[in-house]
Design a binder for this molecule. Structure first.
Ligand SMILES: CC(C)(COP(=O)(O)OP(=O)(O)OC[C@H]1O[C@@H](n2cnc3c(N)ncnc32)[C@H](O)[C@@H]1OP(=O)(O)O)[C@@H](O)C(=O)NCCC(=O)NCCS
Length: 416
């Protein structure tokens, strides 16, 4: 079990400590916010899920927290600890503080009954060593103005309203977002008032030269919201003409026509020449609708990272696409209860049973690879082809690959 270096102590925090956490975060992440803006920023992580590390001289050396999420997984939802606000003071780095904090995080997640943990990695090389697997990719596009889209029936009849979001919008936007991401593995909802407010929190010091946040909505004929986009334009004029850019912060739609209408609107705002998308699932509708996707220079990046904290609970919480009866030999250097041989049996309904076994293994792999495949967006076959999974029984990799895959690509569309 990793321990802190001599003289360092891990301790819980309370509400009184929040200003110190906020100030500390700015030492760790050079976000460029002015003091006034930074002081107004709410600390959205529950304090009872946050921990601090004190240095031997009593100053703050490190911190982390986690959200209590209900994570969408194939065919189900599962309690998830969303690791966040991980920071080590620049003067205390590379002496094992992160390793000790991860150990505490995994123990606390286990004690809370959260079978999985997820995170966004500030740097891709950090978290694999702790058993987190890269479980989803996202795509960002930069589309030229008027990039043509294939038509979708019903889109042209819809109208778009355009204005500024206000505090009264938070709940209705959230309702659309929840419905839009339902059934998308990897998606999490904003389950606290402060997280919902942060969606439209827009202090002038965080606009980086852009206009205030704008809201485009697509209402139904009876006024019910079918979709929305939160966006910001950055004004620019060049000798050749107006060159403003549009940055879309979030887009959610309940149906194909509303999604098409929103994108058609975003792609043809006057005075603009380019539209930068938020993180999109690799199967997002707009990627299918674009006539010339190449012209939008799609950029692929890692999205959610996922770790199985309680292997049997996690593997039996999701559903599978095909019957399966396999023994997995799993290595886990941090959570010893996960290490060993597990029999995964999937019945005709897709639900699974997971039991400890002494039988010979069909597949041998690290907990990291199981985390990568867990949301159904990463192919076990691809991991085996790169040598990361040892196939002991011929055919086991292909059978598991088919069973683990999700028809919808995983994505978490907001970075926590
Ligand atoms: C990244 C960060 C949390 C690491 O903390 P730390 O206390 O220095 O990490 P540790 O000393 O516990 O290192 C544990 C292991 O991770 C490795 N590691 C740490 N940071 C790494 C990085 N940025 N890239 C690659 N490896 C890294 C260490 O080399 C060490 O490797 P080992 O297992 O081979 O010994 C810290 O440097 C930091 O706060 N950086 C700025 C903010 C940030 O990126 N936070 C993460 C948000 S997701």
């Amino acid at each position: 079990m990793p321990t802190l270096p001599p003289g360092y102590t891990l301790r819980p925090v309370d509400d009184e400590f929040v200003p110190e956490l906020l100030a500390f975060d700015r030492l760790v992440f050079p976000n460029g916010l002015d003091d006034e803006t930074a002081d107004r920023w709410p600390y959205p992580v529950p304090v009872d899920r946050s921990l601090a590390v004190d240095a031997p001289d009593g100053t703050l050396a490190a911190m982390h927290g986690s959200y209590e999420f209900t994570l969408n997984v194939p065919g189900a939802t599962v309690p998830c600890a969303g690791l966040t606000w991980v920071g080590v003071h620049p003067a205390h780095r590379r002496r094992g503080l992160l390793r000790a904090m991860i150990d505490a995080h995994l123990r606390r997640s286990t004690a809370r009954g959260e079978p999985v943990s997820a995170l966004f990695a500030a740097e891709a090389a950090i978290y694999g060593r702790f058993g987190y697997g890269s479980a989803a990719d996202d795509v960002r596009i930069s589309a030229p103005r008027r990039a043509p889209l294939r038509p979708v029936p019903g889109s042209a009849e819809l109208t778009v309203r355009f204005g500024s979001p206000d505090a009264g919008d938070t709940e209705r936007l959230d309702a659309v977002h929840r419905a839009a991401v339902a059934g998308r593995p990897g998606a999490v909802t904003r389950d606290s008032a402060v997280l919902r407010q942060l969606r439209v929190f827009d202090p002038s010091g965080a606009r980086h030269g852009g206009e205030p946040l704008r809201l485009a909505t697509v209402p139904d004929h009876d006024g019910r919201l079918r979709g929305y986009a939160l966006l910001r334009r950055h004004e620019a004029w060049e000798p050749a003409g107006p060159r403003s850019t549009v940055t879309v912060h979030e887009i959610a739609a309940l149906d194909a026509a509303a999604a098409h209408r929103l994108w058609s609107f975003l792609l043809d705002l006057d005075l603009t020449w380019r539209v930068d998308s938020p993180r999109l699932a690799v199967d997002d509708p707009v990627l299918q609708l674009l006539v010339d996707r190449r012209a939008t220079t799609p950029q692929l990046s890692d999205n959610l990272w996922l770790r199985l904290v309680d292997l049997p609970a996690a593997l039996s919480a999701r559903t599978y696409r095909a019957p399966l009866d396999l023994v997995l030999e799993v290595a886990d250097s941090l959570v010893e209860q996960n290490a060993g041989r597990w029999r995964l049996t999937v019945g005709p309904t897709g639900s699974a049973e997971v039991t400890s076994t002494a039988a010979a293994a069909d597949l041998a792999l690290d907990i990291r690879e199981l985390g990568a495949a867990y949301l159904g967006g990463r192919s076990l076959r691809a991991l085996a082809d790169t040598g990361l999974i040892d196939e002991r029984t011929a055919g086991a990799v292909d059978a598991a690959t088919v069973a683990f895959m999700s028809p919808r690509a995983p994505l978490c569309d907001w970075v926590f």
